[in-house]
Design a protein around this ligand. Structure first.
Ligand code: FES
Length: 141
């Protein structure tokens, strides 16, 4: 399996790994089949994502895509971050082998889950301990 240099770089030196204390939104997605789990933390100020960090218990492609995804949403308004698709992340990484494309879906869903959690908190429907757990990621290998 061939990985691009960018994928290897983000896999070996992932950006934004960790947790954000007092995060404004936390999203977690899991995949029942491979057991991979991703948790995304975001900090939001005036509608802009000022910081994003992630923790992944998952494969190399999931680590590389989360690393790239956090880099792409930092400094962006929430609406723009929500438009980030897994294919845009894969493109920024200069491609992923076809059997690994589904791993990038985890990063996209984790961002959406973190934003959902942020909005739910704003509406007073969730607390800092709640996370949106989403497991509809199609896993095909
Ligand atoms: Fe499960 Fe990559 S996310 S194998």
């Amino acid at each position: 399996m061939e990985y691009s240099e960018k994928v290897m770089d983000h896999f070996q030196h992932p950006r934004n790994v960790g947790e954000i204390e007092n995060a404004d939104g936390i999203g977690q997605v899991g995949n029942a089949k491979c057991g991979d789990i991703m948790r995304m933390y975001i900090k939001v100020e005036d509608g802009v994502i000022t910081d994003a960090k992630f923790k992944t218990f998952g494969c190399g492609a999931a680590i590389a895509t989360s690393s790239m995804a956090t880099e792409l949403i930092k400094g962006k308004p929430i609406e723009e971050a929500l438009k980030l698709t897994n294919s845009a992340v894969v493109e920024a990484l200069e491609g992923l082998p076809p059997v690994k494309i589904h791993c990038s879906v985890l990063a996209e869903q984790a961002i959406k889950a973190a934003v959902d959690n942020y909005y739910a908190r704003l509406r007073g429907e969730a607390s800092g301990d709640d996370m949106t757990v989403n497991s509809d990621c199609e896993h095909v290998n």
